[in-house]
Design a protein around this ligand. Structure first.
Ligand SMILES: [Zn+2]
Length: 160
């Protein structure tokens, strides 16, 4: 791959998957608990995404995980990659959170693919406590419903 192509692929990955690494690595099933990206998720989130995956599968939608728990070191790498790709810390922060604030580092966020699964979760996730958090990240879900089972208003970006 030429450098220009690689850069274009990384930019595309950032726009659709949240990070170059998310698109470069194989996706996981929510039941692949042998992988720390799944196995180190917060237990309540793990149960929720597994329950949602069973319900989605019953409707013919497969839920895959592109990113779950991330080590602080990996989050640093993602953030640095994004700063390089976007050429600005402020723009990078709209797509990748710094390690000290990322819910992925504490196992409380999952990135879901493909888009059909994102759309299914946006419609049905609240039944399992799962909410889209950022308007510009349809793939990123956290346990966030209130006592009435409602998701909070979307934040514009990870920086907002
Ligand atoms: Zn995410």
């Amino acid at each position: 791959m030429t450098h220009a192509l690689a850069a274009a692929a990384a930019a595309l990955a950032l726009s659709v998957g949240g990070s170059p690494a998310a698109a470069a690595s194989a996706t996981l099933s929510p039941f692949d608990v042998w992988d720390p990206a799944i196995g180190r998720l917060d237990p309540a989130l793990l149960t929720a995404i597994q329950d949602a995956a069973r319900a989605a599968a019953a409707e013919g939608v497969e839920i895959r995980i592109t990113s779950g728990w991330r080590s602080p070191e990996f989050q640093v790498q993602l953030f640095d990659d994004a700063v390089r790709s976007y050429g600005s810390v402020d723009v990078a922060r709209q797509y990748v959170q710094a390690p000290e604030v990322s819910q992925h580092v504490v196992g409380r966020a999952v990135d879901v693919a493909p888009i059909a699964a994102d759309e299914w979760l946006i419609r049905n996730g609240a039944r399992f406590g799962l909410c889209q958090i950022y308007a510009n990240e349809i793939w990123h879900f956290e346990l966030a419903t209130d006592a009435y089972g409602n998701c909070p208003p979307l934040r514009p970006t990870a920086a907002g």
